[in-house]
Design a protein around this ligand. Structure first.
Ligand code: F0G
Length: 351
């Protein structure tokens, strides 16, 4: 399959790179903007999913990681490190392998979806599991990065945010305009910060006339920005956004205020409903955290928040294959029958 050129090459004029910056790329970006026609029709809007699961490591993190690792190589860093709920570690491990660098990833023990752990291990990263949550892991790696020559590649690294602006650029490129609203899951709050920066940059460059309302959604058991204070023990089925003290919280709240947007919580039940809905009725398989954006859209649409005909984009941040355990947890039973034509024919249409 032909992928578009590296993101750093495509959007060079809008990114903090020079001719001295190496391009460490796996062909990230260029993900599809998929029309969710049935769901959109139900609520009278033009609804799209920006399916970030189609990135090389299966999540939006690759957009920021290509830039963060390229800049780390440029400055001669010896290794990269991150704290992660899973996707950042998978992406950091892959791009570090690509660059021929060592990667270390610090994860909350037992709280990482198995596909993400498999990726970090497969790419040869040093996987360090701590008896603590993401927030504690991030505190430790930030301290370490300050006192060493190891490059921190969490979204507190400004190059991660700069790279992730390209998600907003691509949405506008595909639509020929900015959408009216962008629904996005919020964990450590880097991605909502990056999308907002991207939309503003495109407007400032005169590429589009407007900006969308930024509508962020957190899991109800991990909703510090909704509650207005950190959550000491975050819990949610959406392990990717199981975060109680987001590093970019203030930037996320600014994006919401400046865009006339909103932040709200969705329950695990709402997240799982949206997760099954989009996979079964639209053929798009995302991971649970990603479905928080769609759950939020449904909640807002049912409250009459959108004007008929508006264009709404939900960012589906990661691929469903990342978390196979959740995928098979609540699904129809496998049908076990003898290998005969008639039994199989009956099984196709029964049930
Ligand atoms: N969706 C997915 C699939 C994620 O992996 C993350 C964050 C988010 C949404 C939230 O994005 O943190 O920028 O607000 N995952 C990080 C990680 C924390 O370590 O992989 P955010």
């Amino acid at each position: 399959m032909n992928r578009p050129p590296a993101l750093i090459t495509r959007y060079r004029h809008l990114l903090p790179v020079t001719d001295a910056t190496p391009v460490i790329s796996l062909g990230e970006g260029g993900t599809p903007l998929i029309s969710l026609g049935r769901l959109g029709e139900r609520y009278g809007v033009r609804l799209f999913a920006k399916f970030e699961g189609m990135n090389p490591t299966g999540s939006f993190k690759d957009r920021g990681m290509t830039l963060a690792v390229s800049k780390a190589v440029e400055r001669g860093a010896q290794a990269v490190i991150c704290a992660s709920t899973g996707n950042t570690s998978a992406s950091a491990a892959a791009y570090a392998a690509r660059a021929g660098m060592r990667a270390a990833v610090v994860i909350p023990d037992g709280k990482i979806a198995s596909g993400k752990l498999a990726q970090a291990l497969a790419h040869g990263a040093r996987v360090i599991a701590i008896d603590g949550n993401f927030d504690q892991a991030l505190t430790v790696v930030r301290e370490l990065a300050e006192s060493s020559d190891i490059e921190l590649v969490n979204s507190v690294n400004p190059f991660r945010i700069a790279g992730q602006m390209t998600g907003a650029f691509e949405v506008c490129d595909a639509l020929g305009a900015a959408p009216d609203a962008l629904c996005i899951p919020v964990g450590n709050a880097g991605n909502i910060t990056a999308y907002w920066a991207g939309f503003r940059a495109y407007k400032a460059a005169g590429t589009v006339a407007g900006v969308p309302r930024m509508m962020g959604f957190q899991a109800a058991g991990a909703a510090p920005l909704v509650l207005g204070h950190p959550v000491a023990h975050p819990e949610t089925v959406a392990t990717a956004i199981r975060i109680g003290n987001p590093a970019s919280g203030p930037q996320a709240l600014a994006a919401i205020a400046e865009s006339d947007g909103s932040i709200a919580a969705v329950t695990d039940a709402q997240i799982l409903d949206a997760y099954h809905l989009v996979s079964r009725t639209e053929g798009v398989f995302c991971e649970p955290a990603s479905a928080a954006s769609l759950a939020g859209f449904v909640m807002r649409a049912e409250a009459g928040e959108f004007t008929p005909g508006q264009t709404v984009v939900c960012v589906l941040t990661g691929h469903g294959l990342k978390d196979p355990d959740t995928a098979v947890a609540d699904v129809p039973a496998i049908v076990r029958i003898p290998a005969t034509t008639s039994a199989i024919e009956r099984a196709v249409f029964d049930g």
